[in-house]
Write a protein that binds this ligand. Structure first.
Ligand SMILES: [Fe+2]
Length: 595
């Protein structure tokens, strides 16, 4: 059975193809259209998925959209009417968006793909999140918690999933919290207040939080009140997101926290103003964590289960995830590589397969590499046309050469195999460097990523030695598989892992099993043999404001426009300064093979 899942028209559109119960391809539209956060109908992603599998749209058994447009329409209309007349400015825009696209989704999908309307199905937004979290995790029974800004009405849901021995699948929802009461909206309101982009820059709030003290948690707790049924409610006097699209916080919010940050002013942590912003971030982060931990504890006691699957954009908060692991009572926590709305494309298709069609349970491969594959020969061709020196390597020789490059403090753009699905680069489209010094961190920030100095870089380490360098609790390696947890760097290693150690001594570490990315694992070992420390800095392969690279040509373009020293795709290595880099290419320009 061929099922196409689609998420679109909010942010970060994506498509995923599930054939006979197993995903075969999934990709975000931004990676193909090259528009960061592309929210348009994911035609390129759909085409890529179908091409990958060699099937035509008429061979699809169903196309599944990741939420129910009419429910969303109902929510926008209801909220606008409740807030009238305050909402009159926002209302026409919201209606235009909805009426223009979402409500007519069946017709849009049907006409784009040429499939009959009866083949277009819908899942609920949080059902898609729950399915993406549970059905891709290697667990047979788990509690499920999903949390984001908002779907149709739900903003948080808790429940349970079970894969029976007879091949049946059950996903039960116990209860949900509804808009406008939303942890995601609470966090996003602070994201806006702190001058960052809502729905995009929430991780910057988390990064900034490490520089502050949670001195304003009492004020944040005025905004969010626990309810007797173990849920929470926002005090809407402090917010405006539910009445207008212009601003998410109210003047009472400003009375409580002071003036908002101008997005164009840099954050100077040496000033009291800069410290206030960091303290705001630390305070909302603390309250978010406390709330999630309390909700998860209740769910753990209720289900008596040891596994928790987390979905929704809130599950990208690695600091909160680590606290959940430590304090909620769950022993293992599974976060998929794409817990946000893009991941709903896989979730919707899998939900439909297991629940709607009742197909038999299947194991889903436990990796994030669902996108198009990179072509090393494409890199060789375009680099050679440009007169660059290129070298071709067999596997072992390539690993040795790149380990030498990294040990010589060169910055490496590393492309291998299929593209990652989700926001993290996990070793197939990564910029890799030595992780030892703050100079390297500053060089990356200044010359490659052009971003705020408070943003930490992430490390990658083989699972066999992760505990030597990082203080990872039982269950932590699972959380760190897709960089979903933040853990302390062991104090004795911090001075030698400066580029990846955040100001509070932590790191968002990727713990790598050989089977998931064998060549990167071999590279870490080879680098360890040279330097004594098998840890690399691993940051996404993109420049500021651009999506992660997909094809070799995009990696090459990024390489040319930045200070990346070495570019690798497949077995092809390209350098900029052939003589200085010790290239062995005959005649200075050309091509040479290494076995
Ligand atoms: Fe969502």
């Amino acid at each position: 059975m061929n099922l196409l899942g689609i998420s679109a028209h909010y942010h970060d559109s994506a498509a995923a193809l599930v054939i006979d119960g197993v995903p075969v391809c999934a990709v975000q539209e931004e990676r193909l259209s090259r528009h960061k956060g592309d929210a348009g109908f994911p035609l390129l992603a759909i085409e890529s998925c179908l091409q990958h599998a060699g099937i035509e749209p008429n061979e699809l058994d169903a196309v599944v959209f990741y939420e129910r447009p009419m429910l969303k329409f109902d929510r926008v209309l209801t909220c606008a009417l409740r807030a009238f007349p305050k909402s009159w400015r926002a209302f026409p825009k919201a209606m235009k968006n909805l009426l223009g696209e979402k409500v007519w989704m069946r017709g849009i999908i049907s006409s784009h793909l040429g499939v009959p309307g009866r083949k277009v199905l819908f899942t609920e937004h949080h059902q898609s999140h729950a399915a993406a979290a549970f059905l891709t995790a290697p667990t047979r029974r788990a509690a499920i918690m999903t949390a984001d800004a908002v779907g149709e009405w739900a903003t948080l849901s808790v429940g349970e999933g079970e894969r029976g021995s007879n091949g049946s699948t059950k996903i039960r929802r116990f209860r949900e919290i509804r808009f406008p009461h939303s942890l995601g909206m609470l966090y996003s309101t602070f994201t806006a207040f702190l001058g960052f982009k809502v729905n995009e820059d929430e991780y910057k709030v988390m990064g900034l939080a490490a520089y502050g003290e949670p001195t304003m948690t009492e004020q944040v707790r005025k905004l969010i009140r626990r309810t007797p049924d173990c849920a929470f409610a926002l005090d809407l006097n402090y917010f405006e997101f539910h009445t207008t699209a212009q601003r998410s916080y109210s003047s009472r919010f400003i009375e409580l926290f002071g003036p908002p940050r101008n997005p164009y002013d840099p954050i100077d942590l040496d000033t009291s103003e800069g410290q206030r912003f960091a303290d705001c971030a630390a305070s909302v982060q603390r309250v978010l964590e406390d709330t999630l931990v309390e909700l998860a504890r209740v769910l753990q006691r209720e289900t008596g289960l040891t596994d928790l699957c987390l979905g929704g954009g809130v599950a990208l908060n690695g600091v909160a995830n680590a606290r959940l692991l430590a304090e909620s009572g769950f022993q293992r926590i599974f976060v998929p590589p794409a817990p946000g709305d893009a991941g709903c494309a896989i979730g919707a298709a899998l939900y439909c397969d297991r629940i709607h069609f009742g197909n038999a349970d299947r194991d889903v491969p436990d990796h994030p590499f669902w996108g198009p594959s990179v072509d090393g020969s494409e890199l060789a061709r375009i680099a050679q046309e440009d007169g660059h020196s290129i070298e071709e390597f067999r596997d072992g020789a390539l690993v040795d050469q790149i380990a030498d490059d990294l040990a010589a403090s060169r910055i490496v753009g590393w492309m291998e195999g299929p593209l990652e699905f989700g926001p993290r680069a996990l070793g197939h489209r990564s910029i890799l460097t030595a992780p030892h010094t703050t100079e390297m961190r500053d060089r990356l920030n200044r010359e490659i990523k052009y971003r705020e100095s408070f943003r930490p870089f992430a490390p990658v380490v083989p699972i066999e030695v992760a505990g030597r360098y990082f203080d990872i609790p039982p269950g932590g390696p699972r959380l760190a598989r897709f960089m979903s947890g933040v853990f302390p760097v062991r104090p004795e290693w911090r001075s030698r892992l400066q580029a990846i150690t955040h100001v509070d001594g932590t790191a968002r570490v990727q713990v790598l099993e050989r089977a998931m990315a064998p060549r990167l694992h071999a590279l870490l070992e080879a680098y360890g043999r040279r330097t004594g420390i098998p840890v690399l800095l691993n940051t996404s392969f993109n420049l500021a404001g651009e999506p992660i690279v997909n094809r070799a040509v995009e990696g090459y373009s990024t390489f040319l426009r930045s200070k990346i020293d070495v570019l690798v795709a497949g077995g092809t290595r390209v350098t900029k300064h052939t003589s200085a880099m010790g290239s062995t290419a005959a005649g200075g320009l050309g091509r040479r093979s290494h076995d």
